[in-house]
Design a protein around this ligand. Structure first.
Ligand SMILES: [Zn+2]
Length: 112
């Protein structure tokens, strides 16, 4: 079975099987990384990877996964941030016990 040499910040060079490495590509910005659990210290190691490294790892048989940035990052935020007082008011509303009942009642009225 082919082994891939990688580097753990604690243990130094380690050898991994293809199944022990995973390549992750962000489909939002194209940045890639690979990660593995170090066979020496069991720490999960993640390192950025250039396209050439991704191509080599994937062509060798390493699993490739895509992920994307949360859509919330593209939301437009307007207005002031919530204040401490508003946060405390929300906390007491939640502690009331009937908050979700009142919330769904309010949503139902809006639909009518
Ligand atoms: Zn290690």
């Amino acid at each position: 079975m082919p082994l891939i040499k990688a580097s753990c910040p604690t243990c130094g060079d380690v050898e991994l099987t293809l199944e022990e490495i995973r390549v992750l590509v962000c489909s939002s910005d194209g940045q890639a990384s690979y990660n593995f659990r170090c066979p020496g210290c069991a720490v999960r190691v993640s390192k950025p990877a250039e396209k050439a490294v991704v191509d080599i790892l994937v062509s060798a048989g390493v699993a490739l996964s895509f992920w994307r940035m949360p859509a919330e990052l593209e939301e437009v935020h307007a207005g002031e941030p919530i204040s401490y007082d508003e946060l405390m008011q929300f906390h007491y509303e939640l502690a009331d016990g009937s908050f979700f009942e009142r919330l769904s009642e309010s949503a139902r009225k809006r639909e009518e």
